[in-house]
Design a protein around this ligand. Structure first.
Ligand code: AMP
Ligand code: ZN
Length: 513
């Protein structure tokens, strides 16, 4: 009999660094704990599927690191102040504009969309970060940080606030590549700016402004510039130089360029803040890059309306490499759903045939937010595997270690499931191990979770208003059977009644794409 092999040898993890535009072996600063900062959502609206691609990517990165034996300290911010309607330092604050348009309190708007975002992440089986850091909780830290930059001579005052002097940043724009002029050309001119690329660290409120959110500062009452929060919160929670900073590829051009300039001015060093800068490419649809400002964007809820389980979208993301553009269409999603259904059926057949499934319970019981449990889970799963089975793990490892090449890892999973050379028990264990990276829940997912009834009948505004009014009357008369019937009718028409909604909204539309 073959002696048990040692745990699968690990392929060295290689990651693409946007700073050098090259892949290189990943070496963590602290061998026991990888520190990652991800730019989080701006919570003035629902996240669209493009935004969610960014978090499927970071989740895959994180799960891969965990699978390869690293614990991860992951910080994600919530942007609830400062992000203007144009990334290029122009326009209104997105949060202020959305709250004004809705006639709502800005904090309520932020709380509502933060909760919706976290629900989307949970539906996509994206692990919660070790820490959520909220921008408005850190405004005093931002003021202190900007004061230091000013004292270091890298900022100047204008009537509109405190501006970063990009001429004082020797390598300004390095991350964006060789075309800083193109970025600068998109930036709206502000009177008095020394250089078009200079950006606001602090925006002083104009005398006639009627802002919901403003703070006192050495530069007058106002609000912080958007880029400041990520410099401040990453430094506060992860240190001056941490391992990996992530975001969508749009951030490579302006937001992260400005974060780096701030970090360098604050520390008076050339350290950028992170050793590796990683960016996911866009989710595009027929109209180009999916974006909230274009309106009519697709949300995760809109997929569910169409009868598509959220995890099908996760699988769609994994089917393409994170650095490639991913084209979104209802057809491609439908294909991903079919693929997921096939996987789940095949794995449940393996589970039925396996003779030992007690270890599955051990897996379910060992979870933590830094992923330190993953190594233990892997040993529970993989310990009894034969050398022949480990060959599949090696192939899977080689694919994900090559800059998270998930499109090449998925066919390895397919083959491992269907090979006749291994027992059902071994194949189930292989799926369980690979799924620690893929996060599709393949060994536990209930097949019924993939059968969602699409919303077909839509109601117009007048019908909605009439049904909501009828339902309020039924509830007032304590006729709960009738009230429930009306709720079901509204739901069938694509309207989600929101009893007890903290913002007092009666319903929300279930959006189509
Ligand atoms: P925001 O909520 O606009 O601050 O964006 C949240 C994250 O989504 C950021 O990392 C963006 O770079 C990323 N992002 C925005 N649009 C897309 C898209 N169409 N495809 C992929 N990522 C995107
Ligand atoms: Zn950021």
């Amino acid at each position: 009999m073959t002696p048990p092999a040692p745990l699968t040898p690990s392929a060295p993890l290689v990651l693409f660094n946007s700073m050098t535009r090259a892949t290189a072996p990943f070496l963590p600063i602290d061998p026991d704990m990888v520190r990652i900062y991800s730019c989080g959502p701006t919570v003035y609206n629902y996240a669209h599927l493009g935004n969610l691609r960014a978090y499927v990517f970071t989740d895959t990165l994180r799960r891969t690191l965990n699978w390869k034996g690293y614990a991860v300290n992951h910080v994600v911010n919530i942007t609830d102040v400062g992000h203007l309607t144009s990334d290029a330092d122009a326009g209104d604050d997105k949060m202020e504009a959305a709250a004004t348009a809705a006639g709502r309190d800005i904090h309520e708007v932020a709380a509502f969309y933060t909760a919706a975002f976290k629900a989307d992440l949970a539906a996509l089986a994206i692990l919660p970060p070790t820490l959520w850091s909220v921008a408005t909780d850190h405004v005093q830290d931002m003021i202190a940080f900007a004061r230091t930059i000013e004292r270091h001579g890298a900022a100047y005052r204008l009537d509109g606030g405190l501006y970063f002097d990009t001429a004082r940043a020797p390598d300004y724009g390095l991350l964006a590549g060789a075309r800083p002029d193109e970025t600068v050309a998109r930036i709206d001119p502000v009177a008095g700016k020394r250089n078009p690329a200079d950006f606001a660290l602090w925006r002083t409120s104009p005398p006639d402004a009627n802002r919901q959110m403003e703070w006192l500062s050495p530069w007058g009452p106002g609000a912080p510039g958007w880029h400041l929060e990520c410099s401040v919160m990453s430094l506060k929670y992860l240190g001056r130089q941490f391992d990996i900073h992530t975001g969508g590829i749009d951030h490579r051009e302006i937001h992260h360029v400005n974060e780096i300039a701030q970090n360098q001015a604050f520390t008076c060093t050339s350290a950028t803040g992170a050793n590796v800068w990683m960016h996911n490419n866009f989710l595009v649809d027929r109209g180009g890059k999916m974006s909230k400002s274009k309106g009519g964007f697709a949300t995760l809820a809109s997929l569910v309306d169409r009868g598509i389980a959220p995890l099908a979208y996760r699988l769609l993301c994994l089917s393409s490499h994170y650095r490639s553009e991913l084209e979104f269409s209802v057809d491609s999603l439908g294909a991903a759903l079919t693929r997921l259904k096939r996987l789940v059926s095949a794995v449940s057949a393996l589970r039925d045939r396996a003779t030992d499934t007690a270890w599955l319970r051990v897996l379910a019981e060992s979870r933590d937010t830094r992923g330190a449990a993953t190594s233990y889970q892997r040993s529970v799963i993989e310990e009894p595997l034969s050398n022949a089975a480990r060959v599949w793990l090696d192939r899977f490892d080689a694919a994900i270690a090559a800059d998270l090449m998930t499109p090449q890892a998925l066919p390895v999973l397919d083959e491992a499931i269907s090979t006749k050379a291994l027992s059902a028990d071994e194949r189930l264990r292989l799926v369980a191990s690979m799924d620690l990276v893929l996060g599709l829940g393949l060994v536990t997912l209930d097949r019924r979770a993939l059968s969602i009834r699409p919303v077909t009948a839509m109601l117009d505004d007048a019908q909605v208003a009439a049904l909501i009014a009828d339902r309020a009357a039924a509830r007032a008369a304590r006729d709960f059977a009738e009230s429930d019937r009306l709720r079901d009718r509204l739901a069938a028409g694509g309207v989600d009644v929101m009893d007890g909604d903290p913002l007092g909204w009666e319903w929300r539309p279930l959006l189509g794409d």
